[in-house]
Write a protein that binds this ligand. Structure first.
Ligand code: FAD
Length: 457
């Protein structure tokens, strides 16, 4: 009897435990590898994410030598039909813990059970499946540092090997679906994408290990340097599993590798938080700030979205996002702080914009990155941290290279003056907009609003 591997956030061939599990279950029979273009996910994603998924799937088809079946429709309908057509007795997946995906899986599992097909979960997109790392009392962790310690102590499996005798079934005819993917690449609003697929991801990782890891712990904060791995778009769809990265990092050792492991731990922490608090996608994780006054000025929000706030670091980041589908972490923090603290907009509006435009858009990391900055999330530090976008620029982009690269109206300003066009005579000579708010005043306003709900600053 055959088996089916249904790929979702594990769009790779190497280090894929579901493949080995399906092979074992099929006992020498054929394994059908498939992906389902689910309208509930695909049709609602932004153009950037849809295109990145399309590019990733097209590369994946190559990795499986064409043996990748692409289905289209509601998974609870198309998967039982595929199992019947293929004579498969089991469907293998990696565990999904994001709320909508987990609910979808429950529906598919029930539909498969009705036709006598087993549902088998092996591994997850994380080192440790969300929900497993617990305090000694068996409770979820609320704060990062103790979570990260327990997560390391929990340990993880070694990378999985592909069974040498694996027999892949030929792909089922895909009708229109592959051409839908090709069309998604050419849709309006698609940014410049990085090269897709496992080979490209591994090249990037190896280049980073060779040239970027040394000094990562300090250089990672600098948006003007190419000093981070840029693996997030690949990790997003599981083109690489963090297990493969951890194995290399452990072999490398040292403070930079340590720092990188900590960053991966943040990804795991946020997935864990989302698993325990699915409601946090739409609501403050900590309700302490419920009742704070928010604004929703469409004009100001649009200026933020389009990178026309008049604050160079914020604008450079927002334009990098539109042009490439990616933004440096430090700049994500500054841009998110600007929307929530300077424009007093509730974080979900910003989180939605990011998710629509990021090719690494990840529900858990994005939602909780935003909640952390907004002061409503897991951050142990309080709401009254307000990033000063100018000082952040001077500190982390000291020569102004990053700002000049993404904001051409500032390209004529040399060095750090690019962060303060108001300070030089010709600062606005090329059409850069004036600041849309007074940062000092809005900072005080944010603190006053905070005081209203907390009773004290
Ligand atoms: P590196 O510095 O090379 O880090 C390696 C990996 O560690 C990253 O690829 C990522 O998987 C993980 N990582 C690093 N920093 C964080 C972090 N703070 N939180 C969670 N994981 C982290 N990351 C996403 O992957 N998707 C998102 O949608 C997302 N939205 C964010 C929104 C906001 C407001 C903020 C402040 C951060 C967000 N992040 C998100 C986290 C972080 O900005 C990106 O993971 C990082 O910039 C990706 O670049 P990199 O791969 O070069 O990172």
């Amino acid at each position: 009897m055959g088996a089916i591997v249904w790929l979702r956030r594990d769009l790779r061939r190497a280090d894929l435990p579901t493949l080995a599990a399906a092979h074992e279950r099929a006992a020498g029979g054929e394994v059908t590898v498939c992906f389902v273009l689910d309208p509930a996910f695909f049709d609602t994603a932004g153009a950037a994410r849809r295109a990145w998924l399309a590019a990733t799937l097209l590369a994946l088809r190559e990795a499986y030598d064409g043996h990748l079946t692409l289905l289209q429709g509601e998974p609870a309908e198309v998967l039982p039909a595929l199992a019947r057509a293929r004579g498969a007795g089991s469907v293998h997946v990696s565990t999904e813990t994001e709320p909508a995906g987990a609910a979808r899986d429950a529906r598919v599992r029930d539909a498969l059970a009705e036709v006598g097909v087993a549902w088998v979960e092996t591994g997850s997109p994380y080192m440790v499946t969300p929900g497993r790392v617990r305090t000694r009392e068996g409770k979820p962790f609320e704060v990062f540092t103790p979570f990260a310690r327990a997560w390391r102590e929990h340990g993880w499996r070694a990378p999985a090997q592909e069974p040498p005798s694996l027999v892949l079934a030929p792909a089922a005819p895909a009708g229109e679906s592959w051409s839908r993917l090709e069309a998604a690449l050419d849709a309006p609003g698609v940014p410049d994408l990085p090269p897709a697929g496992e080979g490209a991801a591994l090249d990037r990782w190896r280049a980073f290990l060779a040239d970027g890891l040394a000094g990562y712990a300090t250089r990672r904060e600098r948006p003007d340097l190419d000093a981070t791995s840029r693996l997030s778009p690949y990790l997003k769809f599981g083109v690489l599993h963090p297990r493969s990265l951890l194995a290399d990092l452990e072999a490398s050792g040292g403070p930079d590798a340590e720092r990188f492991v900590t960053e991966l731990a943040w990804r795991e922490f946020y997935a864990d938080v989302l698993h325990h608090h699915p409601e946090s996608l739409e609501a403050d994780l900590r309700p302490a700030l419920a009742g704070i006054r928010y604004e929703d000025s469409a004009d100001l929000v649009e200026a933020w979205q389009q990178g026309r706030t008049g604050f160079p670091l914020v604008d450079a980041g927002m334009r990098q996002l539109l042009a490439t589908g990616w933004m440096h972490n430090r700049v994500r923090m500054v841009a998110a702080s600007f929307l929530t603290k300077d424009l007093h907009v509730w974080w979900p509006a910003g989180a939605r914009w990011f998710l629509d435009h990021l090719i690494d858009g990840d529900l858990a990391s994005n939602t909780h990155g935003w909640q952390w900055i907004a002061g409503t999330g897991t951050d142990a530090a309080p709401y009254f941290r307000v990033f000063n976008p100018v000082l952040q620029g001077l500190r982390f982009d000291p020569d102004g290279h990053y700002v000049r690269r993404w904001v051409p109206e500032l390209a004529h300003l040399s060095g750090a003056t690019a962060h303060e066009p108001w300070a030089v005579e010709e600062g606005y000579a090329h059409g850069y907009p004036e600041r849309i708010v007074d940062h000092g005043a809005e900072r005080r306003e944010a603190l006053a609003r905070y005081a209203e709900v907390r009773g004290a600053v």
